[in-house]
Write a protein that binds this ligand. Structure first.
Ligand code: ADP
Ligand code: ZN
Length: 731
């Protein structure tokens, strides 16, 4: 890596700002000069905006009109490797650089002056008059030796009001000091002993430690069934990385960021890691961002955007549950955190560990071809074994209208209840019923803004559009024909399944888990902990329960509709169903008692259902890979989605047709364009949506061709053009 260049005061520098401009802007270096990579505040029109000094200025502008950088911010300069990462990520995803910089500076108050806060500790003086309250304050300070407290902490611990502490300050018995608000994260100790590993686990951990010692880039797929100890193994890799004095990052799907995981890290390293996800407070975000940049945070546990934190010497990135679809950002900058982790590591010489029980086909293929290393844990830890999996053939079951739990599944649940074990019923659908139908006119209630049905959420007493989030009270009158009290729910959602379970198993304690049944992530976590402790007999859940949680008493998983995911036209429908079913089933039998998973299906002969039941994973991946190879689709070919949207459907199609006609830059690399065609969800939030799909051979320079292709098109008015490289969903 080259040394950052220093610019003397008045020298021209080029600054990348977070504002949507398509070029760097020239400024004069401020008093005291600045380095390449410096975070700065610059004037832009009447405003002050955040930017980064990207290099020497262009000087192609009237020099007398060039303004000065206002000041250099109190933050470690952006490293060369981070600048390279943002540039390459922008090229890969065809994202403008200002949007990349916004991703990399998503913490509030970065331009604030370094802020201080007051802390309190024992002073030299003595109070003129001793009271009980004063004695308690001094006793707390005495008990905790040289530690200092905030006013609130000290008053609370001593059980006094703030004015008692202030009174002691006046008399010099308590000292009031200014401390920087953003404190370093507590140090983690990599030398504390971990758990005694099994032979398999020890071999896997050794492999990773050796890889880390090479201090060069490499990616390893860590494959192992749920409960095999993947987390134990990668924590050993984290320990090695920390012992080398480098920083580590563990990425988890947002939903799996549980207290349980943080507690495990704390048990292993003696302190909690830095956290980075949507639940972190704004002040804590700023602290984490700054401390990561100063090298004062050794380990970050976070959601996908943690990849854009300003690490100083990153040695290891773990992507846990690497197949999880939530790693693909579907809004704003469309990036896949798994792929970006590999890119970032390759630039800075770090290792990547992709952990999963059911890897994505991409990672599986990369391991097969030798591009990634592969380490496998084949057995569950301790007595736990993989659950037995069976189909319930719904064609042979007798079900009443409006019920979804088959007699066979019902008997299996009753059997577990009798034994004092837990059962889980899984349905991947939020709300009460997916469709609300008018029995008078046959119309389904739809969203006014989207091409989607309104889903009844009985718990919230509202209808909700799962596309735009719009809700409205549940109507008693049909919006189409005006008939009264003829609206009926059709089909099951998790809430309705809960209702059925209550009727079928009146004596059981039933817990329904769906994200919208809880006011906050914390309430949900508390509920999950209660369930894990055995405070429920039957758990009814959506996708939320498929991931990461450990329910030791759970021995039966019943999947209400195993066919649900197979219906989509999505390229990855089979892969997703396979992964989800294996994950859900993996919830059963984590402790001493063996588990069973029962899949209700109308098509037990479907190849995907058969592969799930037989557990022949390699067979499934090989078959799936062969099909995609023949079709020339990822990971054996390249794809990009173009999503056009706007309020006027004719304009959107005109743009689509114009793009399709101007495909010369794509033809030059042998790529093909399909479409324009209405997107599967043809209208969202009142905007009409049209898709084009571009397919190219694996080695083709797709991004350059795409950039050349769309460059002449500047969508006007409210028309939007978004490029989605390697689309994960086609909605
Ligand atoms: P995975 O990440 O593959 O799902 P975990 O690492 O979470 O697996 O391990 C599953 C459970 O088994 C955890 O409760 C973990 O603490 C325990 N476990 C795994 N390996 C060991 C070991 N070597 N010693 C003690 N407990 C272990
Ligand atoms: Zn809607």
């Amino acid at each position: 890596m080259s040394q950052p260049e220093f610019f003397d005061q008045g020298a021209l520098v080029a600054v990348l700002t977070t504002q949507p401009l398509d070029r760097l802007l020239d400024y004069k270096a401020p008093e005291g000069g600045c380095l390449t990579g410096a975070f700065v505040e610059v004037p832009l029109g009447p405003r002050k905006v955040l930017g980064v000094v990207w290099g020497a200025g262009q000087g192609d502008f009237d020099l007398s009109r060039i303004r000065s950088v206002i000041r250099v911010l109190d933050a470690a300069p952006m490293r060369d490797e981070m600048m390279t990462f943002l540039t390459r990520a922008a090229d890969y995803t065809l994202t403008p650089m200002p949007a990349m910089l916004r991703l990399a500076t998503r913490a509030p108050g970065l331009s604030d002056p370094p802020s201080m806060r007051k802390v309190y500790r024992r002073g030299q003086g003595e109070p003129d008059r001793m009271t009980d309250a004063r004695r308690r304050v001094l006793a707390v300070l005495q008990d905790y030796g040289g530690l200092s407290f905030t006013l609130k902490e000290l008053a609370e611990m001593a059980g006094v009001t703030a004015s008692v502490v202030k009174g002691l300050v006046k008399q010099g018995a308590v000292a009031e000091l200014d401390r920087p608000r953003d404190l370093p994260m507590p140090p983690l100790d990599p030398d504390r002993p971990g758990k005694a590993l099994t032979d398999d686990q020890a071999a896997a951990a050794d492999h990773m430690r050796t890889a880390l010692r090479s201090r060069t880039y490499g990616t390893t797929l860590l494959k192992g069934v749920t409960g095999s100890g993947k987390t134990e193994v990668y924590l050993e890799a984290v320990a090695e990385c920390l012992a080398q004095g480098r920083q580590a990052l563990v990425l988890l799907p947002e939903i799996a960021l549980t207290a349980e995981f943080l507690t495990r890290v704390e048990a292993r390293f003696g302190a909690r890691p830095a956290e980075w996800h949507s639940g972190v407070t704004l002040t804590e975000r700023r602290r984490v961002w700054k401390m990561v940049g100063q090298g004062n945070a050794q380990l970050v546990v976070g959601a996908r955007s943690a990849l854009f934190l300003p690490f100083q010497h990153l040695g290891l990135i773990i992507v846990d549950e690497e197949h999880d679809t939530s790693y693909k950002q579907e809004d704003g900058v469309l990036y896949n955190a798994r792929d970006m982790a590999v890119l970032r590591a390759a630039i800075c010489g770090a290792r990547v560990v992709l952990a999963s029980a059911t890897p994505s086909l991409e990672s599986w293929a990369n391991a097969q071809s030798g591009k990634y290393g592969m380490v496998e844990l084949t057995a569950r830890f301790g007595a736990a074994v993989m659950p037995e999996m069976r189909a319930i053939d719904m064609r042979a079951e007798k079900l009443q209208a409006g019920s979804w739990i088959s007699p066979s599944l019902r008997m299996a649940v009753q059997d577990r209840l009798a034994k004092g074990e837990q059962a889980m019923l899984f349905i991947n659908r939020r709300g009460y019923a997916p469709v609300t139908l008018c029995r008078a006119c046959g119309q389904q209630v739809g969203c006014d803004h989207c091409d989607a049905r309104m889903v009844e959420h009985r718990f919230l007493k509202r209808l909700m559009c799962h596309q735009c989030g719009e809700t409205r009270p549940i109507p008693t009158v049909c919006p189409a024909c005006g008939a009264e009290d003829r609206l009926a729910p059709v089909g099951p959602g998790v809430e309705r399944l809960g209702e059925e379970a209550v009727a079928l198993f009146p004596d059981a304690r039933i817990a329904t888990l769906s994200s919208d049944l809880f006011g906050s992530a914390r309430a949900l976590k508390a509920e999950i902990e209660k369930i894990a402790a055995g405070e429920a007999d039957i758990i009814i859940g959506t996708q939320l329960v498929a991931k990461g949680h450990n329910f030791p008493l759970l021995t039966l998983v019943g999947v209400i509709d195993a066919d649900l995911g197979l219906q989509g036209s999505d390229l990855r429908a089979a892969e997703r169903t396979f992964q989800l079913m294996r994950q859900v089933a993996g919830r059963a039998g984590r402790a001493e008692r063996p588990g069973t998973a029962l899949l209700q299906t109308f098509q037990p002969e479907h190849p995907v259902i058969r592969a799930i039941l037989s557990g022949d994973e390699d067979g499934f991946w090989r078959a799936e890979a062969a099909e995609r190879e023949v079709a020339g689709v990822p990971p054996f070919g390249r794809m990009a989605g173009i999503i056009l949207s706007g309020s006027d459907v004719a304009q959107v199609f005109d743009l689509g047709n114009a793009l399709a006609r101007a495909d010369a830059p794509l033809r030059r690399i042998g790529a093909q364009v399909f479409g324009p065609a209405p997107a599967p969800i043809a209208r969202i939030r009142g905007r009409h949506r049209v898709r084009l799909l571009v397919k190219a051979a694996k080695g083709a320079p797709l991004q350059e061709a795409l950039a050349a292709w769309i460059a002449p098109f500047r969508p006007k008015g409210d028309l939007r053009l978004n490029v989605d490289i390697d689309p994960q969903s086609f909605y």
